[in-house]
Design a protein around this ligand. Sequence first.
Ligand SMILES: *Cc1c(COP(=O)(O)O)cnc(C)c1O
Length: 374
Amino acid sequence: MQQMAGRAGAVLRIDLQAVRNNYRLLRSKLGAAQCGAAVKADAYGLGAVPVSRALLEEGCRHFFVAHLDEAIALRPHLPDQAAIYVMHGSPLGYEAEFLEHRCIPVLNSAAQILAWRALAEQKQQALPAIIQLDSGMSRMGLSSEEVQTWLAEPGYIRGIDLQYLMSHLACAEDQAHPMNRHQLQTFKALRAQLPGCGASLANSSGIFLGSDFHFDLARPGAALYGVAPVAGQPNPMQAVVHLQGRVIQTREIFPGTGVGYGLTWRSQQLSRIATVAVGYADGWMRSLSNRGLVQIAGQTVHMVGNVSMDTITLDVSQVAIEHLQPGALVDLISDTNTVDQVAAKAKTIAYEILTSLGMRYQREYLGQTEHTTA
Ligand SMILES: *Cc1c(COP(=O)(O)O)cnc(C)c1O
């Protein structure tokens, strides 16, 4: 392992204790409501199994993925009392797989509801499901009109063991956005027609909108992984991801020398360039070309030239040569260069930085216990 870490182009450290601490913070905000976890897309690229096992240890019993295959992969790693919900619901014709793998669909359309009820009829038992309502995002779930049609069907709930009604917020990270209240009112009005049913609305940012948004179950993802949940405010979450790339070569270049594909950057004076073994194939976005900032031995340096598939180039003219030997580590994502800051430089959001993190990194998990390695 040590040797592997030494030869990998970059080292990705994922701090499971920070994930646990973030879960505790979110749960403390939620009061009586339960705190689930969105672990779709391999827990935003951080590893669905170790992350889910760490959250399980903290008492999390509701896990959300997007695809059936993600749920099937995760199921053997979680005990049966931990529910795994598939937010896309069942592709039509695959409903029986949910029973076989003990996964619960989020039903998003009349067709999905119908197919789930047909399976229940065949099995002669009510089957667990969440039903998603569209409260204004226009992405997933039944529209208000479709809810009325559904409720008007005789025996509309027959065969469905309805665990939660759920909806998703479109603008929750912007606390002043009027859409938050609007979606809350729409969700409440729809829910009033199914009294006694559990409800789930809040993602990470939704938790910070206040207790009106908490209902019975929250579904945070990003905040668990250290992403700032509220735009324009200090981030209360602990950093989870640390990424360090390795210097593989340095060179001195004369004034006017171009660097990288297209020679999009030229030195103004005698300069030193360091090449680091991380590129866009590793999720270090090409949009960071001539924009990104990284740190070497605590000193901030600029990315210069275009990002290559396997490398980036840095202007390290101001860095002492002892910090630039082949194998030296450069901080790409750190406590001082957070995933949110990197995302802003890359003109994207932290979610995309995390879910793009590549497969060539040496991955190290901090805060592992016997439960997270099982
Ligand atoms: C991804 C997702 C979440 C988690 O959102 P975060 O912003 O990462 O907290 C919750 N609910 C739904 C429906 C989602 O798609």
